[in-house]
Design a protein around this ligand. Structure first.
Ligand code: AMP
Length: 543
């Protein structure tokens, strides 16, 4: 062994920031109101105060789990580095989960303390009697804003906790395979499953994600992650920004169009990241007030497929390039990124948009393949589609303290997605394997239909499910929410779709609804809807 064995630790990211870009900025909307700003150097000092407090006041040891229930803020950022840096595990809890799921994961993870934003104190009050092993609740605020008549008896003020602690702390030289951060996936059935990221997997993921073929994060970037820090670590952006010295802008609870626009403009953000629903909100708001974005170069969209209408709106109204990315909690999350290639830059716009609809090429470090139901490899021709399997140094190899091994096949992880891969390793999601509609032996992508339908100017949101049909097994049913005041009819929707998908793929019926259910991470929750509508065609005499 002729080269040094330097462990890849999360603390190395913040130490790099201290010496390389101590004066780069971190800006954060505050839950208490107003906007806070400081530097990486100051953030690192406070992360060290926190590490001292965890060790000296709370008795936290290497490997202990610390829960967080918090928005994207500077204090949450300090937790990312203070907790993982000292060797404990930052367990980010998604506040949008059902209370029973929160109870389950806090107990499953055996969190010793929970650090909570003021917003989520009532949520903890409601579940407190079921998480009695938690030793204390640290409220992420100062003394002046501490809740005064909370039912919780074990509240600690964050600012008080760290105030008298030293800003010096020597990060322990841990094994790089130590546990560092924990995130639970919210499946549609069963209990959430934990994915435990290690220091090594996190640092390797960070190195991969900042590259120009990936998210292209440099010290010139002003990055605004709207994707929450409680959902796969805001796609790793707090680590990536720390590695590169990008200015990071945290939106806290302000995820509506007006609040985002204020931050984007005020801070001159040039890289935005989030799920499609967020961008729909922002684009609608900008249309309403007749404003355009001037600072934004790239908008990274993941978590669900970006519709063509969104790709066009960003390009044509705001001169911003939409980068489609795909990933999942189990992949830390980055798998593929559809960054601009030389060929794409030279294409006519309409042709380029079609390319942008794909989820992109695998980043270095992720291998992908597609297989049929028997596990046989399928061709990389951009046409054949099958189950998408992946492997790589930041892909989960088992769920945290969980015996469920069915997603792990011969060293590969079965993503549960159905996809095509072309000769240049560009992947396109066809559907979730359980959502694809099996009609007369052919498969219909519910996502393709949803995206085509939501392009109709009178529709706000669409959901397509397969429902029972006596001859074809399943046929597509489209549930649609009209925009306020719109009166579009079923026949008009079908006509609109008829030049966008093959005739046999057209929905058999369109049902207008007022709302659609979503999972805690904002994805359509199709299980309940499928149950409600499974016999719709028969019951309504449509077959
Ligand atoms: P999560 O673990 O909650 O982030 O969910 C991961 C799942 O979201 C993936 O397995 C996909 O089904 C879906 N997903 C993520 N990114 C995309 C994308 N760009 N297009 C379509 N689906 C996506």
């Amino acid at each position: 062994m002729s080269m040094m064995q330097q462990p890849l630790l999360i603390s190395s990211l913040i130490e790099h920031a201290i010496v390389t870009h101590p004066n780069a900025e971190i800006v954060s909307r505050q839950v208490e109101g107003g906007i806070f700003r400081y530097t990486y150097g100051q953030a690192a000092a406070r992360a060290k105060q926190l590490a001292n407090a965890l060790t000296q006041k709370l008795g936290i040891k290497v490997g202990d789990r610390i829960g967080t229930l918090a928005w994207n803020t500077y204090r949450h950022y300090e937790l990312y580095f203070g907790v993982s840096g000292m060797g404990a595990v930052a367990h980010t809890i998604n506040p949008r989960l059902f209370p029973e799921q929160i109870i389950y994961i806090v107990n499953h993870a055996a969190d010793r303390f929970i650090f909570v934003d003021l917003t989520f104190v009532p949520l903890l009050e409601a579940v407190a009697s079921h998480i009695s092993k938690v030793e204390g609740i640290v409220v992420l605020t100062d003394k002046a804003h501490m809740p005064t008549n909370s039912k919780l008896t074990n509240l600690i003020c964050y600012e008080d906790l760290i105030a008298d602690m030293s800003t010096e702390f020597t990060w322990p030289l841990l094994d790089e395979n130590c546990d560092a951060a924990l995130c639970y996936t919210s499946g549609t059935t069963g209990h959430p499953k934990g994915v435990m990221y290690t220091h090594r997997s996190t640092v390797l993921h960070t190195i991969a994600s900042v590259q120009s073929n990936a998210l292209n994060i440099t010290n010139d970037t002003v990055i605004l992650p709207v994707v929450p820090m409680f959902h796969v670590n805001a796609w790793g952006t707090p680590y990536a920004a720390t590695m590169t010295g990008a200015k990071i802008v945290f939106p806290a609870h302000g995820m509506d169009g007006a609040s985002l626009y204020e931050l984007i403009n005020g801070e001159q953000a040039n890289l935005l990241l989030g799920v499609p629903t967020i961008w729909l909100g922002l684009l609608n708001y900008l249309d309403q007030i007749g404003a355009t974005l001037t600072s934004v170069k790239n908008v990274v969209v993941g978590g669900a497929a970006a519709p063509l209408s969104m790709i066009k709106a960003f390009q044509e109204k705001h001169d911003a390039f939409l980068i489609h990315a795909w990933g999942m909690t189990e992949l830390s999350p980055l798998g593929t990124v559809n960054s601009m290639t030389r060929a794409m830059a030279q294409m006519p716009l309409e042709q380029r948009y079609q390319k942008q609809l794909k989820q992109g090429r695998a980043v270095y470090g992720i291998e992908m393949k597609i297989v049929d139901d028997a596990g046989k490899d399928l061709p990389r021709d951009g046409k054949a589609f099958g189950r998408l399997l992946v492997r790589g140094a930041w892909v989960v190899s088992e769920y945290y303290l969980n015996d469920d091994k069915k997603s792990f096949v011969d060293g590969w992880f079965d993503t549960g997605d159905v996809a095509t891969i072309d000769a240049e390793n560009t992947m396109q999601i066809v559907d979730r394997s359980k959502d694809v509609i099996k009609s007369g032996g052919e498969w219909i992508s519910s996502i393709d239909l949803e995206n085509a339908a939501v392009g109709h100017p009178a529709l706000k949101e669409c959901c397509v499910i397969g429902v029972y049909h006596p001859k074809w097994d399943e046929r597509p049913l489209l549930l649609a929410i009209r925009k306020e005041g719109a009166t579009v009819t079923e026949a008009e929707i079908i006509t609109f779709l008829s030049d966008k998908v093959a005739k046999w793929q057209l929905p058999d019926v369109v049902v207008f609804v007022d709302e659609l259910p979503h999972t805690a991470t904002g994805k359509l929750l199709k299980t309940g809807v499928r149950e409600t509508y499974k016999n719709y065609l028969v019951e309504k005499g449509l077959v």
